[in-house]
Design a protein around this ligand. Structure first.
Ligand SMILES: [Zn+2]
Length: 327
């Protein structure tokens, strides 16, 4: 069963989380296989790491809305997306064009021409009219403009930029498990009482300097991908941190834990078709008799016959009373 473990280091300004996605992750891949469109192995590994990282990042913030992790690439992977809801429901997909080498890493997948980007979007569930989602974007390069080869490095960079907090991430995925370990320095104690500006500078002063964090992050970095994929959470934590005093919280699993859910709907697909424009959609109807579209995340198929398509482009006020308006 997929699970999320949260823990703190007693008396130290350091917290951690360990996620293992098993059944839900396998379902993401199985649905792709059913649709007859299997991603190349390096893309599956990237998506698994993104799903694991998305769950860790979503659990790490207090935010009522979706966390969407997107990678935009100029290599064979044009787009990779992992989306995690506040209740840890997740889904993931990618758009791949062209050939992916078996040993392709981040640069070869997404950053061939140096234009790859990683965007983290927080999309509020209760958006006010006109409110834009919050989005942070980082490049796939390190401080010396060197191309990064691991998603974990990209996200560590993002966390430092956006939250001013040191973060260590270890991620790994195969076709059975997508897993991640996050270790993070907690904001300065009592900083909440200070003005936001001084909290920021106090936290900035601590970057890279907190000895307890540095020690624990160093231990975390010794975790191999193989260990992360094959060992259970208690074993990993015991092996890494046996000299530290850990306080562990009740693991989140089952319906309270990370799991695959796709929230696609006919209304949303209809909205997407509307955005493409009437001419485009009419063209498909003329050619194929109807529009058939499959959800990229779960493979569910949606059909729109000519009458449905007409309804999509009819303003609700012109529809017959009782007919179904698609908004
Ligand atoms: Zn779907």
């Amino acid at each position: 069963m997929s699970e999320l473990h949260k823990f703190i280091f007693e008396g130290l300004p350091v917290r951690g989380m360990l996620v293992r996605l098993t059944d839900g992750w396998k379902e993401v891949l199985a649905r792709r296989t059913e649709a007859g469109d299997v991603f190349p192995a390096p893309v599956r590994a990237l998506l698994g790491e993104m799903a694991a990282a998305g769950v860790l990042m979503q659990s790490n913030i207090k935010f009522n809305g979706a966390l969407v992790l997107q990678m935009y690439g100029d290599g064979p992977v044009k787009l990779a997306v992992a989306e995690v809801q506040p209740d840890l429901a997740f889904r993931a997909t990618a758009k791949v064009v062209g050939t992916v080498a078996d040993d392709a890493r981040l640069e070869a997948l997404l950053n061939v021409g140096g234009q790859g980007r990683c965007a983290i979007t927080l999309d509020p569930a209760d958006k006010r009219a006109g409110q834009q989602p919050y989005q942070g974007v980082v490049s796939l390069h390190g401080d010396l403009r060197e191309p990064l080869q691991n998603l974990s490095e990209v996200l560590e960079h993002y966390m430092l930029q956006s939250e001013q907090l040191d973060t260590r991430l270890v991620l790994a995925a195969n076709d059975e498990v997508a897993a991640g370990l996050l270790i993070q320095r907690m904001p300065m104690a009592g900083a909440a009482n200070l003005a936001e500006g001084s909290q920021r500078s106090a936290d900035e002063d601590e970057i890279g300097r907190n000895e307890a964090y540095n020690r624990i992050a160093h231990l975390a970095a010794t975790l191999t991908r193989e260990e992360l994929l094959t060992l259970d959470a208690p074993t990993i934590l015991r092996r890494l941190f046996w000299e530290e005093t850990l306080r562990q919280f009740e693991p989140q699993q089952g319906e309270h834990g990370p799991r695959f859910v796709c929230n696609c709907s006919r209304e949303r697909v209809g909205g997407m078709l509307r955005a493409l424009g009437r001419d485009e959609i009419d063209g498909i109807v003329v050619e194929q008799g109807r529009v058939e579209i499959a959800c990229d995340f779960c493979g569910r198929k949606y059909h729109f016959d000519p009458v449905d398509v007409g309804g999509l482009f009819t303003p609700p006020r012109d529809q017959m009373p009782g007919s179904e308006a698609i908004n």
